[in-house]
Design a protein around this ligand. Structure first.
Ligand code: NAD
Length: 284
């Protein structure tokens, strides 16, 4: 059987890295898409994936093409189209799963938000997801439906899966994160529209909503919140963790299991959902 291929944006570190490694353990071929400046870190992830592929349980299943890195700025549509095409062709014209994970935080009191902040976070967090949905869908149709946009009569055949990164801030908006929250509400909305519009083509679209994840992004949020509300460094993170029912900060590995499920066959009948993995912060 041909191995499945997945592209993960923002996979040089943090949550994306964990998703790439988890999918590798499931036998996926992996395309890592991240900013050019992340090439070094992406190379480290590639080496980790190669070690996973060399384990007995995976090497026994048959050969996997080596992971690839392709530099991209997800806010630039043509660069995303080029990246998706290039990675699919490196995997012998295969693509099964597109994970639109890349995103940035934007920290500012609502009354102080600037047009530049609005532009930046919307272009990356919302535009990046839209660009990924469009580019991957075209490639799914080209290679997995022989170029046909004829709708399937029923939804039994899934030819591609899109998985977007939302957030708890996409379910309930947070103070000092108004633009970030708005961007993640938009990701949830795009996920629902894509699910409805792409279902006739056999493409599903879901999202994962992490909570307070202990990555570089939260180090940055904590530092910037300190500048806004004056709480000592580390205190904003500590207070946020206290709001979690399970009383610990989230790890990227807490999320990648759900994403692997959404990428696999067992989730074929799930589409349009935004699934929280937050240790119990948001309940909707
Ligand atoms: P991170 O900062 O550790 O990693 C983000 C990755 O995205 C980096 O590798 C970065 O280079 C890449 N990236 C940023 N802008 C890009 C662009 N324009 N084009 C291509 N790549 C770009 O953050 P993380 O915590 O791993 O976040 C990953 C996703 O999870 C983001 O969408 C974020 O909004 C979401 N999220 C994070 C948290 C959290 O608490 N950390 C919570 C909810 C949602």
């Amino acid at each position: 059987m041909t191995p499945k291929t997945a592209i993960i944006t923002g996979a040089a570190q943090g949550i994306g890295r964990s998703i790439a490694l988890r999918l590798a353990t499931k036998g996926f071929q992996i395309g890592i898409a991240d900013l050019e400046q992340q090439r070094g870190k992406a190379g480290e992830v590639i080496n980790e994936i190669k070690k996973i592929y060399a384990t007995d349980s995976l090497s026994a299943k048959g050969p996997l093409l080596p992971p690839v890195f392709y530099p991209v700025d997800v806010s630039d549509k043509s660069s995303v189209v080029e990246m998706v095409d290039a990675i699919a062709s490196k995997f012998d014209n295969h693509l099964d799963v597109m994970i639109n994970n890349a995103g940035i935080a934007s920290i500012s009191k609502l009354l102080d938000c600037t047009p530049e902040q609005l532009d930046k976070v919307m272009k990356i967090n919302v535009g990046g997801v839209l660009n990924g949905i469009q580019a991957a869908s075209k490639v799914f149709v080209k290679y997995n439906r022989n170029g046909s946009y004829e709708p399937y009569e029923n939804g039994n055949k899934i030819v591609g899966k899109i998985i977007n990164c939302c957030s708890i801030a996409g379910n309930e908006a947070f103070p000092i994160l108004p633009l970030y929250s708005a961007s993640k509400f938009a990701v949830k909305s795009l996920t629902q529209s894509a699910a409805k519009e792409l279902a006739p083509l056999g493409i599903t679209c879901n999202a994962y909503a992490p909570g307070i994840v202990l990555t570089k992004m939260w180090d940055h949020i904590d530092e910037e919140m300190h500048k806004v509300n004056g709480l000592p460094i580390g205190e904003n993170l500590k207070k946020s963790i206290e709001s979690i029912a399970l009383k610990r900060g989230e790890t990227p590995e807490d999320i990648s299991g759900l994403v692997a499920f959404l990428a696999g066959d067992e989730s074929d009948y799930i589409t349009g959902q935004n699934i929280s993995v937050d240790g119990g912060i948001c309940y909707n």
